[in-house]
Design a protein around this ligand. Structure first.
Ligand code: NAI
Ligand code: MG
Length: 354
């Protein structure tokens, strides 16, 4: 099978880590029977300064028409508002209907403490992010309002995806020498005690979707979002898959990234049916740009996550294992993890372990 992958480095260290992701794909063992072709695509603040748009139509067209998946680095945002600039990744999510943002947070076998291995599945198309806001002048001063939109369709498909991810993770665990969990679990996060219609609809719809026969083995739980935040810090090892509407998912996933130390380790994927964009969670890191010391691991794990969603679980598993082995040995670590290794040296160490 040959997969065509769009490469969107963006700005800053995006240009250092995305080439590492490409080399990883090119270095996968031939026994996997996977080949790749690549197409370089523009997006980001530099692209905006050059062309007047942060997301050229060509990038969207090529992704839609030619690509099976893509890797997105990071983009810089101007610190003051620049007319005409808007975030390309947000626009891409809309234009390609990337309705799920998936963020695994995992420690390696060699880490101290209880092992953490959870994934947050965030709805990506609606909730407060429909950005329908307005401001009224009233005798008491201004009043601003925003629409929180929750639909049955979006809630159902995100819960279904969470269920599928839970089943897939259990399959991977069951194949491991020591399985750390006997049953998959999905935790539905909401605030329906206060927002009975919007979050109430999310909760009801998610429950219905997960009641499907094929999710019979999945343990279903619910958690009100504020206590979810508390528990994810107190007891992260308890959780498996957490599904949430857009805003809660955004907050939970950035918060959960803090559980594993460096931003340079945390991957994500923007997913729709049959297509996925792998994206490290970090930004363009202007403070270390051009020094060749950016940690490539968030990107390498994002490559694996993309492959998982393209149905290439065996290839993904090889990457996860190689990355974990690099971290557990701890000899070639980048400076964000207290080491001295360059991007290139970390990458080469992971490639060697493949
Ligand atoms: P950042 O994630 O770029 O950097 C935060 C800190 O983490 C910095 O000290 C940086 O050196 C370090 N860091 C991040 N990734 C690393 C890696 N792979 N290896 C080693 N160290 C790493 O966040 P910051 O500084 O708030 O934002 C910088 C720029 O990135 C801004 O223009 C911001 O708008 C943009 N940004 C873009 C994102 C995206 O494209 N999805 C996400 C977050 C920020
Ligand atoms: Mg965020």
């Amino acid at each position: 099978r040959t997969l065509r992958i769009g490469l969107i480095p963006g700005d800053g260290i995006g240009r250092e880590v995305i080439p590492a992701g490409r080399r990883l794909l090119e270095s996968l063992p031939s026994s996997l029977n996977l080949k790749f072709s690549f197409v370089d695509l523009d997006a980001g603040f530099d692209t905006f300064k050059r062309t007047g748009t942060a997301l050229p139509d060509k990038t969207v067209e090529v992704l839609k028409k030619e690509c099976d998946g893509a890797l997105f680095g990071a983009v810089s945002s101007p610190t003051t508002k620049v007319a005409g600039y808007s975030s390309p990744i947000v626009a891409l999510r809309k234009k390609l209907d990337l309705y799920a943002n998936v963020r695994p947070v995992k420690t390696t076998a060699g880490s101290s403490g209880e092992p953490i291995d959870l994934v947050i599945v965030r709805e990506n198309t609606e909730d407060l992010y429909v950005k329908e806001e307005r401001t009224h002048d009233t005798p008491e001063g201004k009043v601003a309002e925003a629409i929180k939109r929750i639909s049955e369709r979006a809630s159902s498909r995100i819960a279904t995806m969470a269920g599928e991810i839970a089943l897939r993770r259990q399959k991977i665990r069951d194949a491991a020498p020591v399985s750390t969990r006997s049953k998959p679990m999905v935790t539905i996060t909401h605030k329906s005690n206060v927002l009975s219609q919007t979050d109430g609809l999310f909760r009801e719809t998610a429950r219905k979707a997960l009641a499907a026969e094929r999710f019979a083995s999945v343990v279903k739980e619910e958690q009100i979002v504020d206590s979810m935040v508390y528990k994810i810090f107190r007891q992260p090892e308890y959780y498996d898959v957490i599904v949430a509407p857009n805003l809660y998912g955004d907050i939970l996933s950035d918060g959960a990234a803090a559980l594993v130390g460096s931003l340079g380790l945390v991957p994500s994927a923007n997913v729709t049916d049959g297509f996925a964009i792998g994206e490290p969670c970090h930004g363009s890191a202007p403070d270390i740009e051009g020094k060749g010391i950016a940690n490539p691991i968030a990107t390498l794990r994002s490559v694996a996550l993309m492959l998982e969603f393209l149905g290439e679980e065996a290839a993904a598993a090889k990457i996860y294992t190689a990355v974990d082995a690099n971290l557990d040995e701890g000899k070639l670590l980048s400076p964000d993890l207290g080491g001295k290794a360059s991007t290139e040296e970390v990458l080469n160490d992971v490639l060697k372990r493949l």
